[in-house]
Design a protein around this ligand. Structure first.
Ligand SMILES: CC(C)(COP(=O)(O)OP(=O)(O)OC[C@H]1O[C@@H](n2cnc3c(N)ncnc32)[C@H](O)[C@@H]1OP(=O)(O)O)[C@@H](O)C(=O)NCCC(=O)NCCSC(=O)CCCCC(=O)O
Length: 339
């Protein structure tokens, strides 16, 4: 079964720019990998040293802190999902791997306080094990998540779509490099300059290279599809499949919902937030190596939008699939864009 994909990637304001259990090794346990603390000149990823390094408070109870908070000043959904998966994985044995997760974001996360993760050991079976995780702030759930883990079981049934043909990441510019180009435009409005400088100051722990960078001055309606290369900033190292899944869960929420806005350049999101997020892990991968994120939105309506994504390893292996619905409350852009 084959599918050729193509799409565009835009830089829009809110979306595009931009441990015991033994089941998840803590970063400190990865001594051999620590010796390689530098990777392509990068330090160890803050995603593993900090964001996904949960503090154990009690049995099946963890606390997570924040690194990067979006401009909306609500916690980044990918962070909460990634941390919930870390918490779930801590109570499953080493020979079980996350194959899917299903989450609802039920309240906005408060960046001023940490998040507690309470794990319920829902079921342990012969092949599959299910964990339910509640992320809590101020005594109330902000996310409910169910994650399922599976033993490796080979099967003759094996197929996947074909990865879209795109330029390699080495031939493309990062979001930051694109912003510098935009900033060098002589007639750039002061307000736009400020906005772009704010984006540059963001410490997003993810690197992104859009396959089709948008024309800064020409905001045209586009198909609700985009493609970008993405990887965690810094070194993570190979060998810890569970940790890479947690990092991918973090990464997969970034710039995802914005795909549904691409056909509507004459509207801007007044309020947008992911409502749910589902993910399926198919093959091993390294989240600190470039992966192609292929995103599309098959539907929008009723102030909501549906987005679907595929994360490809650069060798063409389908690593993971994602799905999300978000609330999209928009208003017309009243003034002609004077970027
Ligand atoms: C807000 C959620 C989605 C629930 O909504 P609702 O049931 O409407 O909650 P309320 O508390 O009743 O209202 C909240 C807010 O919205 C206003 N509102 C409600 N209905 C309407 C309407 N029909 N028209 C206009 N406005 C309406 C209401 O007045 C309130 O306004 P306020 O008083 O000014 O607050 C709730 O479930 C929720 O927040 N869930 C969490 C969502 C979330 O946080 N998701 C994860 C973060 S999003 C993300 O990470 C995306 C990535 C961003 C990074 C990137 O890619 O760049």
């Amino acid at each position: 079964m084959e599918e050729k994909g193509d799409g565009s990637s835009g830089l829009t304001n809110n979306c595009d720019l931009p441990e015991d259990s033994g089941s998840l090794k803590s970063p400190d346990e990865e001594s051999s990998e620590n010796s390689a603390a530098q990777y392509n000149g990068d330090l160890k990823s803050v995603l593993v040293t900090s964001v996904l390094n949960l503090e154990e408070l009690d049995v099946d109870l963890y606390r997570g802190t924040h690194h990067w908070v979006p401009r909306s000043q609500r916690l980044f959904g990918g962070q909460i999902v990634g941390q919930a998966l870390v918490a779930a994985a801590k109570s499953v044995s080493d020979n079980l791997y996350a194959h899917s997760l299903h989450c609802y974001f039920v309240r906005a996360g408060d960046p001023k306080v940490p998040v507690l993760y309470q794990v319920d050991r829902t079921r342990d079976g012969r092949s599959f094990t299910v964990r339910s995780v509640k992320a809590i702030q101020h005594g109330q759930p902000i996310l409910i998540c169910q994650a399922s883990f599976h033993k490796l079981q080979p099967s003759p049934l094996q197929h996947q779509f074909t990865m879209p043909v795109v330029p390699p990441p080495e031939d493309l510019l990062t979001v930051e490099e694109l912003i510098h180009i935009y900033l060098s435009k002589p007639d750039l409005a002061e307000k736009s300059k400020q906005g772009l400088n704010k984006l540059l100051a963001n410490e997003v722990p993810i690197e992104i290279k859009p396959v089709h960078p948008p024309h800064f001055y020409r905001l045209a309606a586009a198909d609700p599809k985009k493609l970008f290369w993405v990887r965690a900033r810094g070194y993570i190292g190979e060998g810890n499949i569970k940790l890479h899944c947690c990092v991918a869960a973090y990464v997969s929420d970034f710039a995802f919902l914005g795909t549904a806005l691409l056909p509507y350049p004459n509207y801007r999101a007044q309020f947008s937030a992911s409502l749910d997020h589902a993910m399926w892990f198919h093959n091993t991968f390294r989240s600190d190596e470039w992966m192609l994120y292929e995103c599309e939105s098959p539907w929008a309506g009723g102030s909501r939008g549906l987005v679907q994504g595929r994360l490809w390893r650069r060798d063409g292996v389908l690593a993971a699939s994602c799905s999300q619905e978000g609330v999209l409350r928009v208003k017309p852009v009243t003034e002609p864009s004077k970027l």
